[in-house]
Design a protein around this ligand. Structure first.
Ligand code: 3HC
Length: 470
């Protein structure tokens, strides 16, 4: 693909990041914004981002100047007449995008490829609204665009042969890994990521656990790069809510019902980093240290017992708190069920648990070197409830024929910074463990989507420990 100049329309967080990616790859960029104020904001974004790389020693001052010099900024769409590719990253409104692509269609030369960075709208509908449906594709970057390694390249039923491959080749030239996907709502990443984030909001809304505790659980207990609320603030709560609506419209699945709490944040204008406040941003109470219980009995974890013993807590037959790790002893007021995952200790508080025991257990686990995550004693607590449902979605996606296992794994690693993709994760946890965890969740919730994906169930029944790969 001959690529002398690329146009980027819309220089918000994503558009400015995309312009930077092209300029860093040595390609001339023409960035277009609606007015001078928006243009100045886009310019500031580019300067901040490359300045940060300069401060970190990732760019020299001369390289930074070269990158910035490759980007021309304008308010005139007519300046895109010579562009070989134009990618739009304007607000997620169909009417705005249809109008923009209609105009680009008239302005640009016939060979120009038009691309949309939409995260939720139908690429097919956008293509069909232009006079060149065969040359309009999705080119979906991930936030922060200069960092995340994935580009989803979205072809439609009307895309000309070769165009998807050309755009995928271009993504490689940008130093990104392309994954080619069909035009289904949310493509691969958002279709998996957003229901998981929405689920986290539901747990918060239902009082299962607090914001920081859920974030700690998923970051420190699972090893994800960010907690769900940190990530929602990065993505933008309005974007997240919009994607959930599109997913729900397409699937009508209980899994995709947008959380009312998410809707409330959006209605209140608390959109995350872009508005200065989302789930984070208000002055919180900060972490509070809880006094540990004085006497303890640990059931089911010699390691935890040892750690507490070393810290000076002797086992007692008549303890203030019983820490029960696994197992199914009948619970009493001073028993707290504990699940250890990495450095996280989920503390399940049942209707019987006294507040004294809950606080005392919290203090003990902290002293033992864990990050306590207090939560209601519900199936899956926080980690398995969120993670296993998320993994189940990935199996269902593969089972539906929408994407291949390796593409799903690669997309989540490169697009969201996961250390391992969902299928690799299920295999390392154990297919049977995940299936059984899902069965427990389903027994409690009885929602259709919480049932283990039939494929997972079948593989476990057949005694297999890996997913079939070609
Ligand atoms: N712009 C440019 N560079 C940035 C950046 C930004 N906004 N934020 C971080 N970076 C760079 C840093 O400069 C650093 O670069 P270096 O390694 O060359 O020095 C690197 O990223 C790592 O940054 P930090 O050390 O400051 O921070 P972390 O190690 O915590 O990593 C993160 C930050 C890369 C954002 C990481 O937390 C992560 O991978 N999070 C997951 C993000 C994710 O899931 N994104 C996808 C969201 S879905 C989406 O965008 C689709 C849309 O349609 C909704």
């Amino acid at each position: 693909m001959v690529l002398e100049m690329v146009g980027v329309v819309g220089l918000g967080t994503m558009g400015a990041g995309i312009a930077e990616v092209f300029a860093r790859a040595g390609i001339r960029v023409c960035g277009v914004e609606a007015d001078e104020v928006a243009l100045a904001r886009g310019r500031a974004h580019l300067e901040r981002s490359t300045g940060r790389a300069l401060d970190k020693g990732k760019l020299t001052a001369a390289e930074r100047e070269e990158i910035l010099a490759r980007v021309t900024l304008t308010t005139s769409r007519a300046d895109l007449r010579d562009a070989d590719l134009v990618i739009e990253a304007i607000p997620e409104r169909m009417d705005l995008k249809v109008e923009l692509f209609g105009e680009l269609d008239r302005i640009c030369k016939p060979s120009t490829i038009l691309a949309t960075n939409t995260s939720s709208l139908s690429v097919t509908a956008l293509a069909a609204a232009t006079g060149r449906p065969g040359r309009l594709v999705g080119m979906h970057f991930f936030n922060p665009a200069p960092v995340m390694g994935l580009v989803e390249v979205v072809g439609t039923v009307v895309t000309d042969p070769g165009v998807v491959d050309e755009v995928a080749g271009l993504a490689v030239r940008l130093g990104k890994s392309p994954v080619t996907v069909g035009d289904g709502a949310g493509f691969v990443v958002n279709r998996l990521l957003l229901p998981y984030l929405n689920h986290a909001v539901t747990l918060l809304d239902h009082g299962v656990a607090a914001r920081d505790d859920i974030d700690h659980a998923m970051k420190l207990g699972v090893g994800l790069p960010m907690g769900p609320f940190q990530l929602l603030d990065l993505i933008g709560l309005d974007t997240a809510y919009e994607i959930m609506n599109v997913l729900f419209d397409e699937s009508r699945s209980d899994r995709h019902v947008p959380s009312p709490l998410l809707r409330s944040y959006v209605a209140a204008g608390l959109l995350g980093r872009k508005s200065g406040r989302g789930f984070y941003g208000e002055a919180g109470d900060g972490p509070q240290d809880k006094a540990p219980a004085r006497t303890v009995r640990v059931v089911g974890s010699p390691e935890l017992a040892d750690r507490l013993d070393t810290a000076g807590f002797k086992e007692s037959d008549d303890p203030d708190v019983v820490l029960q790790v696994g197992g199914s002893l009948p619970l009493s007021g001073n028993t707290v069920r504990v699940r250890l995952s990495g450095q996280v200790a989920e503390l399940a508080v049942s209707v019987l648990t006294t507040q004294e025991a809950a606080l005392g257990a919290h203090g003990l686990l902290k002293i033992a070197g864990y990050t306590p995550v207090p939560c209601k004693d519900r199936a899956g607590l926080v980690i398995e409830a969120l993670l296993f449902s998320h993994l189940n979605d990935a199996v269902r996606m593969y089972e539906s024929g929408y994407a291949a296992i390796d593409d799903i794994d690669a997309a989540m690693r490169l697009g969201c910074g996961y250390v391992t993709g969902p299928f690799e994760l299920i295999e390392s946890i154990g297919l049977a463990t995940v299936r059984d965890g899902l069965r427990a969740l389903h027994a409690e919730r009885l929602t259709p989507s919480s049932a283990p994906a039939p494929l997972l169930d079948q593989l476990v029944t057949a005694g297999l420990t890996r997913f079939p790969r070609p």
